[in-house]
Design a protein around this ligand. Structure first.
Ligand SMILES: Cc1cc2nc3c(=O)[nH]c(=O)nc-3n(C[C@H](O)[C@H](O)[C@H](O)COP(=O)(O)OP(=O)(O)OC[C@H]3O[C@@H](n4cnc5c(N)ncnc54)[C@H](O)[C@@H]3O)c2cc1C
Ligand SMILES: NC(=O)C1=CN([C@@H]2O[C@H](COP(=O)(O)OP(=O)(O)OC[C@H]3O[C@@H](n4cnc5c(N)ncnc54)[C@H](OP(=O)(O)O)[C@@H]3O)[C@@H](O)[C@H]2O)C=CC1
Ligand SMILES: O=C(O)C(=O)Cc1c[nH]c2ccccc12
Length: 434
């Protein structure tokens, strides 16, 4: 991968308002010290979310520019995912708006198939992201940088003493590199569970750290649960899912994997914690091929000590400790003079008071976790042209929903804006449009 060039995007004006209050369609952005004029919205992030919203905009005839820090679309999938990864929800829950997956794709497409689909999607809608542009500061945009922008790398007592490799799952490709090795996998989400299975398949000896509870479901029950949700409340579906899990997977608590208090869907909706959709790991835990240990107390020169007092030797540590958003590092929210007077959440471009209210809140994204402060389904729209896609903790389904809403909202503003621009006879400069 080429080194990322840093693009500093600064808002020169509000998106649709010039300094004198007149509306303008052109969004000026500073990249590498040069000011370019972009006709239409700027989308930061060329993953599934960025592509989805760009496609919905293009379909409506609204041009946009996608800025992507990596040198390809869907860098999470192309550069940071292990070889054996597949979609873990059936494909109909993962397709982006306006273009279904090919019918000949399997129910759970492989990473390569998903990437091929995304590349075809970008081609179909004429989306050509500007690659190697890492946005380090920006103020008016569609934020599509994802919930998984940065790896979570926790510190452990004694981490400096451990003299062997420690790597995050975003760098893990295959168990081939660990043949015959004792590998400590920290974290029991979908990544940790699948990496353990992969290690088994490659003749390594994995131990998984489960510091808390984790919900586990059979992958095949996801489609059923979506169907049941049409008629039954979440809690009732959860009860059925747990019954199915108990019958198909057995009592996971006996294996060192206690289940949480809340049901799987309720937990997902409330906290975003994705249940593990088992792809065969549990069998390996049952057979003893994968060992389960509680939280790490400390790392030592050749191994780890756990909170149950046991110490064991390891040749490598894989951190399957998850991801976080990077929005607080680069998105600068500047206060607007009109904020003090605004009581409602009406769209400032088109006076639609039915849109979600942001009240007096100044900051759309939380500094703490980099996610929109407003709960689903209200977290997609901020103030004065700030939008967020792909932060719903609802995977690709959530991103598709956001894309449709954002494009519709921008279209309304765009139409109002085009009328005004024509009235002012002030055509936008077309220098950096697609
Ligand atoms: C291993 C894994 C498997 C998953 N499997 C599924 C699944 O099967 N089904 C499902 O529904 N969901 C799944 N998810 C959830 C996942 O969030 C989505 O699949 C999807 O990738 C989200 O798309 P996104 O575009 O929002 O984010 P991303 O795919 O993360 O794309 C964001 C893009 O923004 C770029 N970017 C970040 N910061 C900047 C910046 N400052 N400047 C410029 N560019 C930037 C990144 O390089 C990246 O390309 C999975 C997640 C992971 C980690
Ligand atoms: N398509 C597919 O097959 C796959 C999909 N995914 C998706 O990718 C996203 C990210 O998944 P994943 O990478 O598993 O991350 P998750 O955030 O889901 O899981 C991280 C795990 O690490 C644990 N953890 C974090 N810090 C520590 C620590 N200091 N000590 C011990 N344990 C720790 C967490 O424990 P705790 O819960 O206690 O905080 C949690 O169990 C999810 O949405 C997932 O569904 C991932 C892999 C495969
Ligand atoms: O893979 C992910 O991160 C997802 O969030 C996909 C997803 C959306 N809703 C769910 C409910 C149960 C399990 C996975 C998902």
């Amino acid at each position: 991968m080429k080194r990322w060039r840093e693009a500093e995007c600064k808002r020169v004006h509000d998106p649709f308002y010039a300094g004198d209050g007149r509306k303008v369609a052109v969004n000026p952005v500073e990249i590498d010290g040069k000011c370019i004029r972009v006709l239409g919205p700027i989308i930061v992030g060329g993953g599934p979310s960025g592509l989805a919203v760009a496609a919905c905009l293009k379909k409506k005839g609204i041009p946009c520019v996608v800025l992507e820090r990596a040198n390809c679309v869907a860098s999470l999938w192309q550069l940071k995912a292990y070889d054996r990864l597949r979609l873990h929800l059936p494909k109909k829950f993962c397709q982006l708006p306006l273009m279904p997956f090919p019918s000949w794709f399997p129910t759970y497409p492989t990473k390569q198939q998903f990437v091929a689909y995304l590349e075809a999607y970008a081609r179909e809608f004429g989306i050509r992201p500007r690659f190697d542009e890492a946005v380090v500061a920006a103020e008016w945009l569609v934020v599509a940088t994802g919930e998984n922008a940065e790896a979570v790398v926790p510190g452990f007592d004694g981490a400096g003493d451990f003299k062997r490799p420690i790597l995050h799952t975003s760098l893990y490709k295959s168990g081939d590199a660990f043949r015959g090795k004792r590998v400590l996998v920290v974290g029991c989400g979908n990544s940790g569970m699948e990496v353990c299975l992969d290690l088994c398949h490659h003749g390594a000896h994995p131990t998984i750290v489960v510091r808390d509870s984790r919900e586990m479901l059979c992958r095949s029950t996801f489609g059923l649960s979506m169907w049941l949700l049409r008629w039954l409340p979440v809690r009732a579906v959860d009860r059925l899912l747990l019954l199915a899990a108990r019958l198909l997977l057995g009592d996971t608590a006996k294996l060192g994997l206690p289940r949480p208090q809340l049901g799987p869907l309720e937990l997902k909706l409330r906290s975003g914690k994705t249940p593990v959709l088992d792809v065969g790991t549990l069998e390996k835990i049952k057979s003893g091929a994968i060992k389960v240990r509680p939280a790490i107390k400390k790392l030592m020169e050749h191994g780890a000590e756990f909170t149950d007092g046991r110490s064991e030797g390891f040749d490598a540590v894989v951190l399957a400790t998850g991801y976080k958003s990077n929005v607080p590092y680069w998105l600068k929210v500047r206060h607007h003079p009109s904020d003090a007077h605004r009581e409602t959440g009406a769209c400032c471009h088109c006076s639609d008071s039915t849109l979600p209210s942001v009240g007096q809140e100044q900051e759309f994204f939380s500094e703490k976790d980099g996610l929109p402060r407003r709960a689903f389904p209200h977290g997609w729209k901020g103030e004065r042209g700030l939008y967020a896609i792909g932060f719903t903790k609802r995977g690709l389904m959530g991103a598709s929903l956001d894309a449709t809403r954002i494009a519709e909202d921008i279209e309304r503003c765009w139409k109002a804006e085009v009328k005004t621009t024509m009235a002012f006879a002030c055509p936008p400069t077309r220098q950096a449009q697609e």
